[in-house]
Design a binder for this molecule. Structure first.
Ligand code: ADP
Length: 740
């Protein structure tokens, strides 16, 4: 398409009657004007090829203007061609442009990401067979059956099957000229979810919650709801009924269910299929290219009415969304950290406002932002306080590791599980029940160092530690993917066999479990042992079938699963997430541990959770132990309010990166001189970014804090416009950064 003949420059003899505003898919700040050639019919949301400099580039038409009679149009170029891609519905186009502005991303760059699926070539049309009218030279029973069947074009396999003959009969008839091949119409058929396929029988509190949701939905205008209920209370069942309500009430409306990528497991997808009777359209990192294009087109045409997906599913070209569900709304994976940085939950709420839709944010441990919005009445707040059925929340015990440190093993080896936790594991094994040991650290040990010279093994050109993976015998950088065989001699001082592994990862816990409970069947559940959907489904099945006694898991397994026989959860290092100065460290730790401990006793058997901590007095541990969520949120809310940090203020991070450290330092200091003096806005920095060196690039950071009523984006744009940035320095702006 890019080699089309150009009707390039508008010729002044022809009168321009219409100007198209086109967002060119390139890093430019504004839409550009192009003359619409006579005879070309265009509408907003259409895809065009336009000249830009000496190149021809793709663009999206976002609107039109009629030129003034005396306007000088000699420099206006002409649209080269209209592309045959699905029109982007107005609501989605508006949303994309708004999101570009919100994230301070050039609109062309943002839109380019949204239409990426269209760059995947369409599947070649399928071929089918039809009768030509020629009579066969000889007629057999099989041949007659084909003649009787081929009344509409059919594919080879289908035709042979329908006629009850082998495919050879069909191809022979084609050779004789009795049948001919034609392209089958490429009309995609999308299975339609049936809202009445298998409605849930809600318990009383679920029914009450559902009724409240129906009342919100009846408002028929933007209705944000926090669906706040303990794990296992049946939130999913409730929101699936709202999905059904919307599908039923309005044949035009579309529904999006957003899930954290990690939760998009076969179990959840199977549950949706069981409820709505068809496989629901999915959108996440692991779908095939063919499906990607197919679903994109189906959403644009309105034929796909229900999508379940990870964060980027928010940017499919919906015509009109009637409902967006953001499940596990507190989850950090809703934050996109590369390219245009956005928070899918926050943008989902905005999209719902544009479309006048219901938006359900569901969580057992809401983000402080959403909880505050609910408390202040900005969101409706629907609570489910009890687990469904007879399941009860687990008992939670803290083990003070200062008072009860793990003893050394018989060979003097370090142990990580205290005797009390080990005792609980043994008791659970004896009852024939399952244990989950949770440690959010992949591999064998997070750090390897040389006991001769003290040097740490770090990733080349990156200031992060290499993680030892003993199963593969390698040292791996989790940040850049770099890996190397674990060396026999220290690369720094050359000492033999001097490298020691410091601290535990899940593999090391497995080693300890195997030596202390040799009779137990133990397995690691992490992204290393379950790299794809098939391996994770198979491990989940083995756990469900009681073929595993002890599961040692990273957060890959902490969420979403209901293992009926799992009654003990042990948190190996409850303090892990609290280290480091991150704003959300406490909140995230609370959420993760509440989720992980919530895995115990999900069905009929009562559960128990044990947390190993060196800080039992910490508000996070206290709140977990006493199952006093409100106490934690009150503490957290107070500390944020004092600092006027989110949700009591707004934040943006500016990350500057460059190969040349001196240049970076110099420019950072210069940039600091241009910080506008604005009341209610504070700028901190420049400081080293938390990862000061990545892949040979140095990183500096500014943090901008603004009062809620300040226009943070305008402040940042204004500041950055004041000084020219050298090309050798890259700048990323992160509005509402999640972790830093
Ligand atoms: P949540 O989303 O709040 O964690 P789920 O919706 O996953 O809770 O429900 C937890 C478990 O209870 C699931 O196994 C679910 O199938 C079951 N459950 C919830 N509500 C009902 C109901 N009304 N009838 C039967 N089973 C239910």
């Amino acid at each position: 398409t890019m080699s089309l003949a150009a009707s390039d420059l508008f010729e002044s003899t022809e009168k321009v009657t219409l100007i198209a505003k086109v967002v060119v898919l390139a890093p430019m700040a504004e839409a550009l004007d192009y003359a619409v050639p006579a005879g070309m019919v265009l509408q907003a949301g259409e895809h065009v090829i336009v000249p830009l400099g000496h190149a021809k580039v793709r663009g999206l038409v976002i609107g039109f203007e009629t030129p003034e009679p005396d306007e000088d149009l000699s420099r206006v170029k002409t649209v080269v061609a209209r592309l045959d891609d699905p029109i982007v519905p107005e609501a989605s186009l508006n949303f994309w442009l708004w999101a570009a502005g919100w994230t301070l991303t050039p609109p062309g760059v943002f839109l380019n990401g949204c239409i990426r699926a269209l760059k995947i070539p369409r599947a070649a049309p399928k071929q089918g067979y039809v009768l030509t009218g020629e009579q066969p030279a000889r007629l057999t029973k099989a041949r007659q059956a084909v003649l009787d069947t081929a009344l509409v074009p059919m594919g080879l396999g289908d035709l042979a099957l329908a006629a009850g003959v082998s495919t050879g009969v069909v191809t022979a008839l084609e050779k004789e000229g009795v049948l001919q091949k034609v392209d089958l119409a490429r009309e995609e058929v999308y299975p339609q979810p049936d809202p009445d396929f298998a409605p849930a029988r809600l318990n009383d509190s679920q029914a009450a919650a559902h009724q409240l949701l129906q009342m919100e939905q009846a408002k028929h205008a933007f209705a944000p709801v926090l669906l706040d209920g303990v794990t296992g209370s049946g939130k999913t069942e409730v929101y699936l009924e709202s999905v059904a309500d919307v599908l039923r009430a309005d044949p035009e409306a579309q529904v999006l269910i957003l899930l954290p990528e990690i939760a998009l497991t076969q179990a959840v997808l199977g549950r949706l299929e069981a409820r709505f009777g068809v496989e629901v359209a999915q959108w996440h990192a692991n779908i095939s290219n063919g499906n990607r294009r197919r679903i994109w087109e189906g959403v644009a045409s309105g034929k796909v009415r229900l999508v379940v997906g990870a964060r980027s599913a928010l940017f499919l070209p919906y015509r009109r969304l009637g409902l967006i569900v953001v499940d596990e709304e507190h989850d950090g994976s809703y934050k996109q950290e590369e390219g245009a940085r956005y928070h899918a939950r926050d943008l989902a709420v905005f999209r719902a406002r544009l479309d006048g839709a219901l938006v359900i944010l569901a969580s057992a441990t809401p983000s402080l932002e959403s909880l505050t919005n609910a408390e202040k009445g900005r969101y409706a707040w629907i609570r489910l306080e009890q687990r469904h059925g007879t399941a009860v929340l687990p008992d939670i015990a803290l083990i003070d590791m200062k008072a009860h440190p793990p003893e050394k093993g018989p060979n003097g080896e370090t142990r990580w599980l205290s005797d009390r936790l080990a005792g609980d594991i043994l008791a659970t094994l004896k009852r024939g029940e399952q244990t989950l040991l949770f440690l959010n650290r992949r591999g064998y040990a997070p750090l390897v160092l040389c006991k001769a010279c003290g040097e740490k093994m770090t990733s080349p050109k990156t200031d992060s530690w290499l993680v030892e993976h003993r199963a593969s015998g390698r040292l791996v950088c989790h940040l850049t993917g770099f890996s190397m065989r674990k060396p026999k001699t220290c690369p720094h001082c050359g000492a033999q066999d001097s490298l020691i592994s410091v601290g535990p990862g899940v593999e090391r816990i497995l080693e300890e479990v195997r030596s202390r409970f040799p009779e137990a069947r133990a397995e690691v559940f992490s992204s290393d042992t379950t790299p794809d959907a098939a391996s994770s489904a198979s491990l989940i099945k083995r756990i469900e079938d009681n073929e595993v006694d002890i599961v040692i898991a990273t957060q890959a397994a902490a969420k979403g699963h209901n293992f009926p026989n799992l009654t003990l959860v042990g948190i190996v290092d409850a303090d892990l997430g609290l280290k480091g100065g991150d704003l959300r460290a406490a909140e995230r730790t609370f959420q993760l541990l509440a989720q992980a401990t919530g895995r115990a006793g999900r069905k009929l058997k009562p559960g128990k959770a044990v947390l190993q901590t060196y800080a039992p007095e910490h508000p996070v541990m206290q709140a977990l132990q006493h199952q006093d969520r409100d106490a934690f949120y009150a503490y957290e809310s107070m500390s944020r309010e004092v600092a006027k940090f989110p949700p009591y203020g707004r934040l943006a991070a500016l990350i500057l990166t460059a190969k040349d450290q001196n240049l970076l330092n110099k420019f950072s200091r210069e940039l600091a001189l241009f910080i506008p003096n604005t009341e209610g806005v504070d700028v901190y920095g420049p400081a080293d970014a938390p990862l000061a060196l990545v892949r040979g690039q140095w990183r500096k950071r500014f943090l901008v804090r603004a009062d809620r009523n300040r226009d943070l984006q305008a402040f940042v744009s204004h500041w950055l416009a004041a000084i020219k940035r050298p090309n050798a320095i890259r700048l990323v702006v992160d509005i509402d950064p999640y972790s830093f």
